[in-house]
Design a protein around this ligand. Sequence first.
Ligand code: HEM
Length: 413
Amino acid sequence: MVEEEKNKSPLQKKISRREFLKKAGMTGAGALVGGSLLGSFLYPQFQKESNEAVGKEEISFYGKHQAGITTYMQKNIYFVVLDLASTKREEVIKLFKDWTAYTEQLMQGQKVTKESSNAYLPPKDTGEALGLNPYRLTVTFGISRSFLKKLKLKDKEMALFKDFPAFSGQQLEEQYTGGDIVIQACADDEQVAFHAARNLIRVGRGVVTMKWSQSGFAAIGDRKETPRNLFGFKDGTANATKEEEFDDVIWYNHKDWLQGGTFMAVRRIRMHLETWDRTNLNEQEKTFGRYKESGAPFGKKNEFDDFKWDEKDENGDYIMPIDSHVSLANRTGVKLFRRSYSYADGINDKTGQFEAGLLFISFQKDPENFVTVQKSLGSVDKLNEYITHIGSGLFACFGGIEKGGYIGQKLFE
Ligand code: HEM
């Protein structure tokens, strides 16, 4: 024990002494606050060190692909869809250049730009992220087909970039559907993500207006476990994890303005939590074809075990229910890269129930891949009893930005 103590770094020693204080009878919420206050009073240095370490990690804005797509999910998202208020090309180009400069600063945890010395003007940066670290902020930009139409970029239209068909069962609401431009700001701190979106919209006043937005969260923890959605199931298990797979699944690779980019499908999906919570565990698991706690596919032990959707047991019955979500999605043989966030927006006025669900986001090199999976889920998916699609969008997210360039540059060349 003594030997063990000797081998610890000064920081580790401080932590274990703090643990000791906690164990010495100071447990429970109130005591924990008391404990940490006492801890920081006794060890002010510890408090300082840990504050500095939190959120320091920074992600590069420049690269072959935009950040925020294959970046390991952050805890928070602020997702916003904008409409064009101006269709003047030079104004839009100017805005994309401003967004480029601002985003480079934001992702470094800096103010959007240098402040003016004139105190009679509003500050350039709104200020709520002052003193906060970057928190792995990423900002990802994309445009829709309506953007190309409004700016008369006819030569940039492409056959595969077409609107989604009307999917069975969807109840899309105009207030969460469509729009010209998407900005996806993700960070391990909610205020950092919001600050980014807010400042980008602010500099765009007059050129863009806000159409719809959604904030969301994901249980990232120590980044070792697949995050769980609000039905309590691990969500994202089947996602690609390797660079080579990303090329197959995500990145658009034709020699045009979208090279190195990808298509983002977004669906705002209301989840009927009250109905789900009345459903027994067996039914819940049959809905997905995976076990709740482990995330393993039916008939297997571990989350990442391989499975075949059409494997049968000794009685000749399908092991994975054929109307389960995973069976229906998997049998298409098509891969999407899902990066969805949960949302909880208070109580629905009409039903008195939770207004909560999933801001489903998937990236794929061809929008048709999303369409194929969604059509397979169709009216058959057992999950349909518990969800309603109420918002939708399809955006082309640009390829990566080189230093000196600006987002969407290839659209205007
Ligand atoms: C609220 C709505 C949804 C919920 C709660 C949900 C939840 C899940 C869960 C728990 C899994 C199993 C673990 C995993 O591999 O991630 C899964 C798999 C999957 N989901 Fe969903 N999902 C939803 C909507 C969608 C939509 C709209 C699509 C696409 C159209 C989709 C496509 C997929 C795919 C492709 C898989 C992987 C299947 C495979 O193993 O090959 N999901 N989903």
